[in-house]
Design a protein around this ligand. Structure first.
Ligand code: SAH
Length: 224
């Protein structure tokens, strides 16, 4: 009998205690707000957000808000990640640049959907920690760099899409140059410490079309 109980316990599916919360997050915060792209919903059901935040924040990882990740920075609210990801319409073949690695969460969500992700973080501590966490999670298509994202990542340009997750006073010219023809960039632009505008830029025949998607609040884009 004792052995049978052991066997039963052993065969119980190894459940991830955060899985239920993650599924609720996707249903109540993402799907309910109109994100219909199945690949995004699937990616967000998969990426263990709780393993990319500091240990004392794990408990809150699936709540509907940004969280502190140290060094005065934050991981964005899940919906903002879904919304920005949706705006670039990710496809399997794409090469995407992210400015502001932070926790690495946005990079991981992208990595589930596109071929290659390049991500730059200016705060060394954060960049190192994100790289370690993303490596531990087994991501092999995320390339991390520590530095000022203002200059982009020229050697690997042009990119199909660029996501900037810190608020800039204006759109960095090098990023515009590193965007592929037909490519899209999402970036919060405006005065630091205040409300900014989320802009969608699309490059077509060398021209940039800009759409203002309304107010957002991001941590500042800093310079070295
Ligand atoms: N995408 C992140 C959000 C992090 S918040 C996530 O999923 O967790 C924005 C990040 O941008 C911060 O970590 C901040 O340090 C970084 N940042 C600010 N200015 C930057 C710059 N010029 N180059 C690269 N990263 C920058």
């Amino acid at each position: 009998m004792k052995y049978l109980i052991f066997l039963f316990l052993f065969l119980l599916p190894q459940t991830d205690p955060y899985k239920v919360r993650r599924e609720q997050m996707v249903k109540n915060q993402i799907e309910a707000r109109g994100i219909a792209n199945r690949d995004i919903l699937e990616a967000m059901r998969k990426v263990p957000r709780h393993l990319l935040v500091p240990e004392d924040q794990r408990e809150y990882a699936y709540e509907d808000r940004p969280l502190p990740i140290g060094d005065g920075q934050t991981i964005s609210q899940p919906y903002i990640v879904a919304y920005m990801t949706d705006l670039i319409a990710p496809k399997k073949y794409m090469k995407v640049l992210e400015i502001g690695t932070g926790s690495g969460y946005q990079a991981a969500v992208l990595a589930e959907m596109v071929e290659e992700v390049y991500t730059i973080e200016i705060v060394e501590n954060l960049g190192k920690r994100a790289k370690k966490d993303l490596d531990n999670l087994g991501y092999t298509n995320i390339n991390c760099r520590i530095g000022d994202g203002y200059q982009g990542w020229k050697e690997n340009s042009p990119f199909d899409a660029i996501i900037v997750t810190a608020a800039a006073e204006k759109v960095p010219q090098p990023l515009i140059e590193q965007l592929k023809e037909g490519g899209k960039m999402v970036i919060p632009v405006g005065p630091q410490g205040k409300v900014q505008d989320l802009l969608l830029l699309e490059k077509s025949k060398g021209q940039i079309k800009t759409t203002n998607l309304g107010p957002v609040r991001f941590v500042p884009f800093t310079r070295k």
